[in-house]
Design a protein around this ligand. Structure first.
Ligand code: AMP
Ligand code: ZN
Length: 465
């Protein structure tokens, strides 16, 4: 049963197929910016992509899917955070990468096969060499300050994904949204491939491409370069949240196609945003949740995963705490059903049971209709466990990534001396004594604890072995 998925470029729902002769499906998913804990909106996107990865594995075979998800570990936000905290950039991004991995594991997301980092010297070289090719071909130019910009007018296909030119006609100035640093550029729609070093970048810099100054890569080039280096010039599927459609993905297409002279991605997929209580999530509205915030309220990561998958991924989903209560109760039903299947060792044969679950896969293969799949799942569960094999049900659970083991209560047994050290470090940080705060963090790490900072507080976790 082929997987059909909406393609943002052609605006059609098309079958996913590996285009290369080796039959390996090449899948690139834009990853997080690691400067703080990812919020549950980010995790909606990552959980939807994890569902896609699981369906691809079931369809093509686990060894025939190559899933790459990058880490943006150098950009304005990460650099600003490192400056504010008086810590090296690599320390900050390592801390939040670890946190991201821990949250992904709690949400039962499979690890991507490769997770390249933009600031890895190996990938800095790949980005620099791609920029050099673009300069040689006349698609990029050095600006007066030593930065390098992509010349949008050199790529006639620009705007095909986001229909930005049509939008330009309608609303006037969509392209001007990339107008930062406008005086350095030949045209306001051009975008940075390489950013010349500025004093606020501190010691974050690498030698630039050709005649450019030392500096750091622009954001968009990392995905073009890392995708090319790991998956080749043409990939089968490229994904992200809707906000990445423009300018990020539009710019990736321009860079990759001008450099490589061939199609960048056969299929583009964008999932919609998560809203909280009907509003865009933001710190100032106080409606921004992380996984830890929800765990502190007593909810399990499995319930969050369930809630994030419960709405159609191409529609905005309104998150409420009530939806988590509903998810906990749905999981309870599924747990009870699974237990019944284990008790009846004589449950139906596999093939017949698989056909019972067909409506679930039919819905998932129809543009990831998760809402339809959960509906079909509960129609089956409500009918009872007769003639269903546990193995067939487990395939459904694998596809959805639902882990039905009982949630364990979060551990709070932090030793008093560790809690005291953490308090001391927090106070030092609040009073901007970053040297002392840094030294105390090292003491905590040596004692086996990682301190995770948030704007308004912190949490402690045992250091991962
Ligand atoms: P970032 O860490 O900002 O680069 O974002 C990581 C991913 O989360 C990207 O694919 C974004 O499109 C996605 N994202 C950001 N905000 C939301 C949201 N409110 N709902 C769903 N996905 C989001
Ligand atoms: Zn990207």
């Amino acid at each position: 049963m082929a997987i059909k998925l909406h393609d943002s470029l052609t605006r059609e729902t098309r079958e996913l197929r590996p285009a290369h002769a080796d039959g390996v499906f090449r899948f690139y998913n834009c990853g997080p910016t690691v400067y703080a804990a990812a919020h549950i909106g980010n995790f909606r996107t990552f959980v939807v992509n994890d569902l896609l990865r699981r369906l691809l594995e079931l369809e093509f075979g686990a060894t025939k899917v190559k899933h790459v998800r990058n880490l943006t570990d150098v950009d304005d936000k990460t650099i600003r955070r490192s400056r504010e905290e008086g810590r090296p950039l690599a320390d900050v991004t390592r801390q939040w990468t670890e946190k991201f991995h821990a949250d992904c594991a709690a949400l039962n997301c499979l690890q991507p096969h490769e997770e390249p980092r933009a600031a890895d010297p190996k990938y800095i070289r790949e980005q620099v060499s791609m920029i050099e090719v673009l300069m040689e071909k006349g698609n990029a130019y050095r600006a007066a300050d030593g930065s390098v910009y992509f010349k949008v007018s050199s790529f006639p296909g620009y705007g095909a994904l986001s229909r930005v030119k049509e939008r330009e006609l309608q609303v006037g100035s969509a392209l001007k949204s990339q107008a930062a640093d406008a005086d350095e550029k030949e045209d306001t729609s051009d975008f940075a491939l390489w950013k010349a070093h500025k004093p606020e970048d501190g010691d974050v810099q690498w030698p630039g491409p050709r005649t450019a100054s030392a500096g750091r890569p622009g954001w968009h080039i990392e995905c073009s370069a890392m995708s090319k280096a790991i998956l080749g010039d043409t990939i089968d599927l490229h994904t992200g949240g809707v906000d990445l459609l423009f300018p990020h993905h539009e710019n990736e297409i321009a860079q990759s196609q001008c450099c490589n002279g061939t199609t960048f991605a056969h299929h583009w997929y964008h999932s919609e945003h998560l809203l909280v209580d009907g509003k865009k999530m933001s710190k100032s509205l106080g409606n921004l949740y992380t996984l830890d915030d929800l765990k502190a309220k007593g909810f399990s990561p499995a319930a969050l995963r369930y809630a994030l998958l419960s709405g159609h991924p191409r529609k905005q989903l309104n998150f409420t705490l009530d939806s988590l209560h509903a998810a906990e109760s749905a999981l309870k039903h599924l747990r009870a059903f699974r237990a019944q299947l284990s008790e009846r060792s004589s449950g139906g044969n596999d093939a017949d049971s698989d056909s019972v679950f067909t409506p679930i896969f039919t819905a998932l293969h129809d543009d990831l209709n998760t809402a339809g799949a959960f509906g079909a799942l509960f129609t089956i569960v409500n009918k009872g466990a007769a003639n269903i094999s546990a193995a067939a049900f487990d395939r459904v659970l694998f596809a959805l990534g639902l882990d039905l083991t009982e949630p364990v209560a979060p551990k709070t047994d932090i030793p008093a001396d560790i809690a005291a050290l953490a308090e001391k470090r927090w106070a030092a940080k609040q009073s901007k004594d970053f040297a002392a705060a840094d030294a105390l963090r090292k003491d905590l790490t040596a004692a086996g604890w990682t301190m995770l900072d948030r704007k308004d507080g912190y949490s402690l976790e045992p250091v991962k072995k």
